[in-house]
Design a protein around this ligand. Structure first.
Ligand code: AMP
Ligand code: ZN
Length: 477
């Protein structure tokens, strides 16, 4: 059964089931999406994750109201790859991160992605990260080792619940974990804080350094949305270790059972290989198509529709044909839009005419003239319905407005059937029904003389008989 207040269902990766979505507070629905590390252009696989989150954001706004959904999508502007890029290009870090953050936002805006409600930058939340790491250390979930701070996975029983990890999966701990193995208590421990690199570092009670990737999201989500958030999204590749580690950090630091109530993961966008197989688009495989480049050739809406051509939990094989097909689909949709807009204009003109007349010193007669003008449209629509044809939203609106307009004037307040029976009493109505039936039967028997008698009888009683396809009816004269 659909819950009218919370009509959305979502597949929750955490429980591996489709569940009714119930926010903690419908006046402040919260959603977090891991944003880009800004050292280069976004590829179309990254765009898929952003477009899926944007559709979810739009649906939530539609259900709970535009002002009741808080969507945070961060910018990761501290990362080894950014430091590396600064070294290679000789450019200041801020110049690189600002440039690519701007391009990322512009590319997504071209795909009609709404700006998130908040876009926290990691470098603006270092203090929050330091506080969270300190709390984890105090609570015994983290330990310092050789200038680093690690999260101790053995202290968190629920570790692995999201990814359902195996010991194999646990072996790789974190993204850049290789050199850190010797410093860790458990192979799966992951880094929260690393020593300063090439002059990039911040002072902290546990030594000058820079944050690990996972703690950034936990701290930014807490700062912008709260300790427990409603929805966390991202690509399936982030489930482990990134999201698993976010959960461990946030639950342990905030002393909560959950970090996000619903986890929504999009599947991969794949690229065809020369051998006919397809594989995940990723920078490391060198098979990327940049959103920025595609936008030079294709309209952003064409790209957006192409990205939506597979359900978000299915893989999407990217191809030029997908773009061509999307372009054709949009061309016919725009043709329909043009027609729909004409119809809408017609409706608006009629309504506008009605309001203008009535608001002009209560010009009731002019207003009625406008309704009567619109009656032609209403007649067409009711005819269509009578013939079993579908009607459009615009046409349905004409009918609704027609009725509303009369309500505003305090007219047409009766049921049409009562109106035509003109207040006849029960006995009278039974008598008139009988006369009408006599005429109907006479006509069916082609007894024209008897049919005339019935009509004359009706006239004498002050009613009019009407012969229709469904038989003979009467109304007050
Ligand atoms: P990254 O910059 O690698 O952290 O990725 C940004 C977002 O894009 C994350 O949510 C990833 O999971 C997602 N993502 C990366 N590659 C792909 C892909 N090929 N298909 C779908 N989503 C992807
Ligand atoms: Zn994240």
């Amino acid at each position: 059964m659909t819950d009218t207040q919370n009509p959305l269902t979502l597949y929750n990766s955490l429980t591996r089931a489709k569940e009714p979505f119930v926010p903690q507070d419908p006046k402040r629905v919260t959603m977090y999406n891991c944003g880009p590390t800004v050292y280069s252009y976004a590829h179309i696989g990254n765009a898929r994750a952003a477009v899926v989150a944007d559709v979810l954001f739009r649906v939530l706004r539609h259900i709970y109201g535009e002002d009741h959904v808080v969507y945070a999508r961060n910018i990761t502007d501290v990362d080894d790859r950014i430091i590396q890029s600064a070294k290679e290009t000789g450019k200041p870090i801020s110049e690189i991160t600002e440039k690519y953050a701007r391009i990322y936002n512009e590319d997504l805006a071209a795909l009609n992605c709404l700006p998130p409600t908040v876009q926290p930058h990691a470098t603006k939340h270092i203090e929050d990260m330091v506080v969270m790491i300190s709390e984890l250390m105090e609570k015994g979930h983290a330990y310092a080792s050789d200038g680093h701070v690690f999260f101790d996975v053995s202290t968190y029983d629920a570790y692995g619940k999201l990814s359902g990890n195996t010991l194999d999966a646990l072996r790789g701990g974190d993204r850049v974990g290789e050199g850190e193995v010797a410093r860790k208590k458990n192979a799966a421990d992951f880094v929260l804080w690393k020593p300063e690199l090439d002059g990039v570092g911040w002072d902290a009670p546990f030594g000058r350094g820079r944050p690990g990737w996972h703690i950034e999201c936990s701290a930014m989500a807490k700062a912008t949305l709260g300790d427990v958030i409603d929805i966390h999204c991202g690509g399936v590749d982030l489930k482990f270790p990134h999201h698993e580690n976010e959960i461990a950090q946030s639950c342990c630091a905030n002393e909560e059972q959950v970090f996000a109530n619903y986890w929504v993961h999009n599947e991969f966008l794949n690229m065809a290989r020369p051998d006919g197989q397809s594989e995940k688009m990723s920078k490391s495989l060198g098979n990327v198509t940049l959103v920025h480049d595609l936008l030079k050739e294709w309209d952003g809406e064409v790209i957006r529709l192409a990205l939506l051509k597979a359900h978000y939990r299915s893989e999407l094989n990217w191809s030029e044909d997908l773009l061509k097909e999307s372009k054709e689909n949009l061309a016919s949709a725009y043709r329909y839009k043009a027609r729909a807009m004409e119809l809408q204009k017609l409706t608006t003109d009629v309504l506008f005419g009605f309001d203008i007349a009535l608001y002009n010193d209560l010009g009731v007669l002019e207003a009625i003239r406008d309704i009567i003008f619109s009656s032609g449209e209403v007649f067409q629509v009711t005819n269509k319905i009578a013939h079993g044809e579908d009607i459009s939203w615009g046409e349905a609106r004409i009918v609704e407005q027609y009725l509303n307009s009369y309500n505003l004037l305090g007219l047409l307040q009766k049921d049409p059937e009562d109106w035509f029976k003109g207040g006849a009493s029960g006995d009278e109505a039974a008598e008139f029904d009988a006369i009408a039936l006599r005429r109907q039967e006479a006509r069916a028997a082609k007894d024209w003389a008897a049919a005339d008698v019935a009509r004359d009888e009706a006239t004498a009683k002050g009613i009019v008989l009407e012969d229709g396809p469904d038989g003979t009816t009467w109304r007050k004269a």
